[in-house]
Each structure stands twice: as structure tokens, then as C-alpha cells.
Design a protein around this ligand. Sequence first.
Ligand code: SF4
Length: 220
Amino acid sequence: MQTGSLNKIRKTILEYDAIRNKKYHVAGDAFHVLIGAVLSQRTRDENTDKAAKNLFSVVSHPGEIIKMRAKRLERLIKPSGFYRTKAKNIRKICEILVNDFGGNVPKDREALMKLPGVGFKTADIVSLYAYGVPTVPVDVHVDVVSKRLGLVGENAKYEEIRTTLENMFDEKEIPRINSGMVEFGQRVCLTARPKCYMCSLVRVCKYDRKNLAPPKRGKS
Ligand code: SF4
């Protein structure tokens, strides 16, 4: 890809990051970030928020979750979906945090990925949003946007996407890529039907099934 096109993409992603709430750049409590990331798996932001609000209104430490009855934990996180599996994973995570890490969340990526239900994405979310490590958690929006723009090949997997994006941006900009691509993916490059007709990257984008016809009046 030409330098001019890459610069345009970088500038646009950073602009969308600026639109997104700045709170995502502030390091959060690692325990909240980790459990929030587990709750966010395979669900929408609003469901995650409801479940996290329920849970963190009654607990603030992994030890409190271990003592909680299983049914109560399930009830609290039910809005996030897949709540039985998530409750089991969260309980096991809390046991490991208490037994092996003194109740704290480890910073090490490998250690994070040994926790139940924690893969690349969840570990990178904790690294970035709890500990400020410059990295790019690759969620569905980051995956889709990177592939449509042609920054990575269609079959690229998590680690290839992450490292490619990290190499494209300056180090100080890396923490903004995830939020910028999520915002861009939610507002313009929608997973199901991208709004190419209003996209500032339409001339540099490599996607071959662009949606260039704006909706008729009265339709969204
Ligand atoms: S032109 Fe369409 S597919 Fe390409 S980045 Fe923009 S919205 Fe996404």
C-alpha cells in the first residue's frame, strides 16, 4: 500500500479514536478490566455494561466472588449471555488470582492467557487498558476493518493482525488503534453492511463489495 494511503488510514483511525470516549485510555482497575473483558465475550457492549454494573455493585475483590454462591454469580452476570460458562470461568479465575497472585491480576501476557476463558484478545485488553502496554487487542471490528482496508490478508489470524497494526503506527499512537477501529467499525464500516457511501477511506479501501448506495429516505 502507498505511503499516502497508509497515512490517510492512520489519520482517520486516530480521528475516530478521538471521537470515542477518552475514558478507555485511562488505566482502569485491572480486576475490573479483566472481568469486564470476560463478560464482554460474544455479547454487545450494553449487555456487558449491565452485567458488570450488577457484579461490581456487590464485589470489588476476587476473594468476594469465590465466597459467592454460584447461582447468585450467574444471576448477576446473566445479562452478558453465556452466563453459566462465564460464571464458571470467572470463579476459577478468581481462585487463581487469590491463590497464585495474592489477589492481583498478573501483568505478564503468558500468565494472563493461562487463566480460564482468557485468550489473546482478553489478555491484550488487560495489558492495554489496565497496564498501559502499547498493544492492539483484535476484536471483530479491528479484524473486519483491517481486512477490508487491505492492511492484512483475508485469512490473517490474530497475531498477524496485531503485529501488522502495531508496526503501522507510532508507539505513542498504538494504544489508540483498538478504540479508533472499534468506533470506525461501529459508525461507518459496519460488519454486516458497511456505509461506504459516507466513508472517507472509500478511495484507498481494497474491499471489493463496497456498499456505495445510500439508503432511501425513511430507511437506515
Ligand atoms: S469503503 Fe466501505 S468497506 Fe472500505 S473502509 Fe470504508 S466503509 Fe469499510
